[in-house]
Write a protein that binds this ligand. Sequence first.
Ligand SMILES: NC(=O)c1ccc[n+]([C@@H]2O[C@H](COP(=O)([O-])OP(=O)(O)OC[C@H]3O[C@@H](n4cnc5c(N)ncnc54)[C@H](OP(=O)(O)O)[C@@H]3O)[C@@H](O)[C@H]2O)c1
Length: 490
Amino acid sequence: MISSFMTKKPENLSIVIVGASGDLSTKKILPALFALYCQGFLPEDFRIFGFARTPLSNDEFRSRITEHLTCRYAPSESCADRTNEFLTHCFYSPGKYESRESFLDLYQFMQETEKSQATNRIFYLAIPPSIFLDTARAMAGAGLVICEPGSYWSRVVIEKPFGKDRESSDILTRGLAEVFSEEQTYRIDHYLGKEIIQNLMVLRFANLVFEPIWNRSFIKRIHIDWKENIGVENRGGYFDEYGIVRDVIQNHLLQILALIAMEKPVTVSSRHIRDEKVRVLKSISPVTLDEMVLGQYTEGITNNISNVAYTREQAIPADSATPTCAAVILHVNNKRWNGVPFSITAGKGLDSRSSEVRIQFRELPENIFCNVPQCLPANDLIIRIQPDESIFLNIINKKPGLDLSLVETNLNLRYQSTFSGKIPDAYERLILDVIEGDKGLFIRSDELAAAWDIFTPVLHKIDRLKIKPELYPFGSSGPSSIQKLLTKDD
Ligand SMILES: NC(=O)c1ccc[n+]([C@@H]2O[C@H](COP(=O)([O-])OP(=O)(O)OC[C@H]3O[C@@H](n4cnc5c(N)ncnc54)[C@H](OP(=O)(O)O)[C@@H]3O)[C@@H](O)[C@H]2O)c1
């Protein structure tokens, strides 16, 4: 270990999960809280309050979450004890999201259960975005969202999607700001909590070998690719409203791009990191239709299983034009990146599940090993986000033997085999940061606005012109036009 950072554990803590009956709460938030508990990151005096419309008793709530708690950080012999101890900190209060009275009941229940009058509180809004504002107002109306600087604090966590375009995102930001200040607001993009994404800054700024060549003189193009080999499954209703650009590209993948392209922050403080991300996002030109491809999967067979077309999935209108796959080319207009295309592709119903970043270096200008340009592949740096988090550097080597023949090989760093110990889940990292008040991995409102400015004009144009996506078979590599777009400058 080269360096580590001290943790700032509060004396006490109540975490309110609004929408506690849902998938996110049960499968991600509560297991992450349990992992933090097992590692000693939660204060002794902590409570978790689930809130949702579904009527549940404390015991029913506890048994619902038990099956998703895994003892990754507790020895197996004490697993049951640790689980039972954790569950004694979990409570449930049913109510309606837009009802001040429901939140008054919750508030009273919390005060009866909490030990201290001055308890730090986190409100995690694990609910559909359409009810964020009414819920926040009802919470404020019940006097639940209070803080006393220097004594105790309240923080709110919200999940993407943060709006559907710049305007709706601004409305959401302004509405939430009536209840929670920007300082109290933590906008989660769970991709930023992934270990390998946090490593991007370290890779760039802690290694002398990369920073001097991290620019247009040495890098030819940068490609970010995200693929899923499943369809929309039970998220059809949500997905059809948003589509792949709003669901994945405008947030997760653009955030990765920002970390790759930004200038070195003055320090690693959250303010300085976010300042640089905003600056680079503001230097990206809005996407245009001629640098974009939209696709939608039709039926297809994978592993002898037939998959239905997107328009025949549950909750999807038969005439839906929502893209399930897209490619865009972005241009970062600054001294470092002028002329370097940043391409992003993302799709569902494709041939595999993976996401990675490929940094493609330029060809060697004078190559003594062959007399034609491009006789050897250029170097590539590949950062694989999933599956099997890894970093590869493709280099040219001499193939062992008596003749001089060259071969492309890779230097590889596989997280699972290189780093002993467990790799934390993104939600563990992010929830711990909320508890400790570290905002470096959360999206600031001006960053969100800058991200929407890149995509809003083209999204509006697609809606206005009713542009139909290009069809591709489920299980294929996606629309054929994507390859044409990505290689148009070659
Ligand atoms: N699941 C994930 O991995 C994930 C990833 C990224 C972002 N998100 C975002 O996180 C939030 C929660 O995700 P989720 O998957 O847990 O959502 P969910 O299961 O659809 O909804 C959470 C809870 O909200 C209530 N609810 C659902 N639809 C509602 C409606 N139309 N009106 C009022 N209440 C409603 C339900 O509880 P009651 O009926 O008991 O009230 C439900 O259990 C969403 O904003 C989602 O977009 C989720």
